[in-house]
Design a protein. Structure first.
Length: 139
């Protein structure tokens, strides 16, 4: 009777040991982009979907992200304020400009964070019919 219980306990320990040493780190929280994106001012280098490149719509816009969750877009001295929030576990960011122009309303989405470097961040939004890409670089 003691032997099967001992074998069961050893098997459980071995399984837990290997699980801890192999893939448990994938459950850890991924690195946040908040420290990077709130560091300075950004511009849009790419905004496109499968059929159309709309990057030129964002010409002359600059973006400043605040740690408290506000984002300001400025074009020709006119400011537009919105909100943003990061979900660093699922690597997503939500941007929302309320009562803004049509160009900024195009950013009102829940974006996947696809790439992060010190100079730029890539976002993507995929739906059944479309994939939108959004890339910002530091000024």
């Amino acid at each position: 009777m003691k032997k099967p219980l001992l074998l069961f306990a050893i098997k459980c320990c071995v399984i837990i040991y290997f699980a801890a040493c192999t893939s448990i780190d994938k459950l850890a929280v991924s690195e946040s982009i908040t420290p990077l994106v709130t560091k300075g001012t950004w511009k849009v280098n790419c905004f496109s979907n499968i059929n159309t490149d709309n990057t030129c719509d964002f010409k002359d816009y600059t973006f400043t992200f605040n740690k408290a969750g506000s984002v300001t877009a400025v074009k020709n001295g006119v400011s537009f304020t919105g909100h943003w929030i990061e979900d660093n576990i699922s690597k997503k960011i939500t941007i929302h400009f309320k009562n803004s122009n049509a160009v900024l309303n195009g950013l009102n989405k829940y974006w996947d964070i696809t790439s992060v470097t010190n100079d730029g961040i890539s976002f993507e939004k995929t739906s059944e019919r479309n994939t939108e890409k959004f890339y910002i670089t530091a000024l």
